[in-house]
Design a protein around this ligand. Structure first.
Ligand SMILES: NC(=O)c1ccc[n+]([C@@H]2O[C@H](COP(=O)([O-])OP(=O)(O)OC[C@H]3O[C@@H](n4cnc5c(N)ncnc54)[C@H](O)[C@@H]3O)[C@@H](O)[C@H]2O)c1
Ligand SMILES: [Zn+2]
Length: 353
C-alpha cells in the first residue's frame, strides 16, 4: 500500500482487489451508506462485484450509472447525481465510490467535494490513465461550454484501489493512451523507467502492477510538493500538454484521445527542448521511438487543421498575460519551466509534426 498526503489517501495496487473493497472501506472507518457512481459501460462489467463486496461488509449501496464519455462531465450531471443521492437519503455521514475512468473520477470526486460540503470519496480507476494519473492529486471537476475543467475542487480520495484485472476489458486504444502519461513521467522524472519501458510487456500483469505503482509514486511525489499548483513543481506534469491540449481542442476532442494528443505534444515539446534546453538529438529520437513502440502517434496527419492549434493555445492558462511558461526537458529524467520559449518556437515545433 502507498500512503499519500500524510496518510489521508491510501493507494492499493494489485490484482483481484475488487472483492476486498468492502473490507478496505470498513478499515477506513467509512459510515454505512454510499453511492457507487459509474458510467454505463463500466457499470455493466464491474458494478455488481463492487456492490456485493460493499454489502458483504455491511454497507448500504446505491448505483448511479451515467452515460459514458466526456459529455457527462457537466454541472448538470453533477446536480442530477446529487439529487438522486439526496432522494435516496444519503447525508453527510455517507461516502462516494467512483468506479470508472478519468471522467467518472472527476465527476464523482466533485460530487463528493460538494455534497453536504464534502464527504469521503473512494476511487476505483478502471483505465490505465486514471490509475497512473487522474486518481492521484485530488483534482476533481467538470467542463463548461467554454472550456475543460473550468469548475472544480481539490478533494483527494481517502482510498484508491488500482486493480489491474479491470484493464482486461479496456479497449486497446484506451490502454495505449495511458502509456503517453507514463512516458511523460519517465521523461520528466525517471530515466531508469524510461530505459525499462523499452522492453516492457503490457501483457505481463505483474510488470503492469509494478509500473502502475511506480507511476503513482512519481505523480504523488510531484503533487505533494505543490498541492495547489503554486510553486511550479506541479506544472512539470504539463510536459507535452501545452501543445497537446491545443491539438486535442483543434481536433474538437474527437480526432485524438487525450493521451494520443499528448504523445504529439511530447514530440513537439522535444523539438522545443532541443532548441531551448540543449536536449540531445539522440535523446529526442529515443523518446519518439518509445512513443512509437506503444503505438502512439508521433506525426500529425497532413490534412490536420494546424492553424486551429494556435487558436486553441490562446485558451491555455500558460498563454494568458502574454508570458509563456513552457515545460522543457534538458535530458531524459528531468524537466523545468522555461521562460525563453517563444510563440515562434512553438509554431516551428508544430510545423515539424
Ligand atoms: N483529475 C485529474 O487530475 C485528471 C488528470 C488527467 C485526466 N483527467 C480527466 O480524465 C478524463 C479522461 O479519462 P479516461 O481517459 O480514463 O476516459 P473515460 O473515463 O472517458 O474512459 C474511457 C472510455 O473507456 C470506458 N472504460 C473505462 N474503463 C473501462 C474498462 N475497464 N473496461 C471497458 N471499458 C472501460 C469508459 O466507459 C469510456 O468509454 C478527462 O475528462 C480528463 O480531463 C483528470
Ligand atoms: Zn494528461
Amino acid at each position: 500500500m502507498i500512503q499519500l498526503w500524510a496518510g489521508r489517501t491510501d493507494v492499493l495496487v494489485g490484482a483481484r482487489l475488487l472483492r476486498e473493497i468492502g473490507e478496505r472501506c470498513a478499515a477506513k472507518q467509512l459510515q454505512t451508506r454510499c453511492a457507487v457512481i459509474s458510467d454505463e459501460n463500466v457499470a455493466a462489467h464491474f458494478a455488481d462485484r463492487v456492490q456485493r463486496s460493499l454489502k458483504g461488509s455491511g454497507f448500504q449501496t446505491m448505483l448511479i450509472a451515467i452515460p459514458a464519455g466526456e459529455q457527462s462531465k457537466t454541472l448538470e450531471q453533477v446536480g442530477a447525481i446529487c439529487d438522486q443521492m439526496i432522494a435516496a437519503g444519503l447525508d453527510r455521514q455517507s461516502f462516494v465510490v467512483g468506479l470508472g475512468g478519468g471522467v467518472i473520477g472527476d465527476v464523482s470526486g466533485f460530487v463528493a467535494a460538494i455534497f453536504h460540503r464534502g464527504i469521503p470519496y473512494v476511487q476505483v480507476p478502471t483505465t490505465l490513465l486514471a490509475m497512473v494519473d487522474s486518481s492521484i492529486g485530488g483534482k476533481t471537476g467538470v467542463n463548461t461550454s467554454v472550456g475543460k475543467n473550468l469548475l472544480g475542487a481539490i478533494h483527494p480520495p481517502v482510498l484508491v484501489v488500482d486493480d489491474v484485472d479491470l484493464l482486461q476489458t479496456l479497449p486497446p486504444r484506451e490502454l495505449r493512451q495511458g502509456f503517453a502519461e507514463i512516458i511523460k513521467h519517465a521523461i520528466i522524472a525517471d530515466a531508469e523507467m524510461f530505459e525499462e519501458l523499452k522492453g516492457f510487456q503490457a501483457s505481463d500483469p505483474l510488470s503492469l502492477q509494478l509500473l502502475i505503482r511506480r507511476n503513482v509514486e512519481i505523480k504523488s511525489r510531484i503533487v505533494e510538493k505543490d498541492e495547489r499548483d503554486q510553486t511550479g513543481e506541479r506544472a512539470l506534469l504539463n510536459f507535452g500538454h501545452t501543445i497537446g491540449h491545443g491539438i486535442e481542442r483543434a481536433g474538437d476532442y474527437r480526432k485524438f484521445l487525450h493521451g494520443e494528443a499528448i504523445s504529439l505534444g511530447i514530440v513537439a515539446a522535444c523539438s522545443v527542448s532541443m532548441k531551448r534546453a540543449s536536449l540531445a538529438r539522440e535523446q529526442g529520437a529515443a523518446i519518439i521511438d518509445l512513443l512509437r513502440r506503444f503505438e502512439l502517434p508521433v506525426r500529425l496527419p497532413s490534412d490536420f487543421p494546424r492553424a486551429k492549434i494556435f487558436e486553441a493555445l490562446k485558451f491555455d492558462k500558460k498563454f494568458q498575460h502574454g508570458e509563456i511558461r513552457f515545460v522543457v526537458t534538458p535530458r531524459i529524467g528531468s524537466a523545468h519551466l522555461s521562460r525563453d520559449v517563444t510563440f515562434d518556437d512553438i509554431r516551428d515545433a508544430v510545423d515539424e509534426l
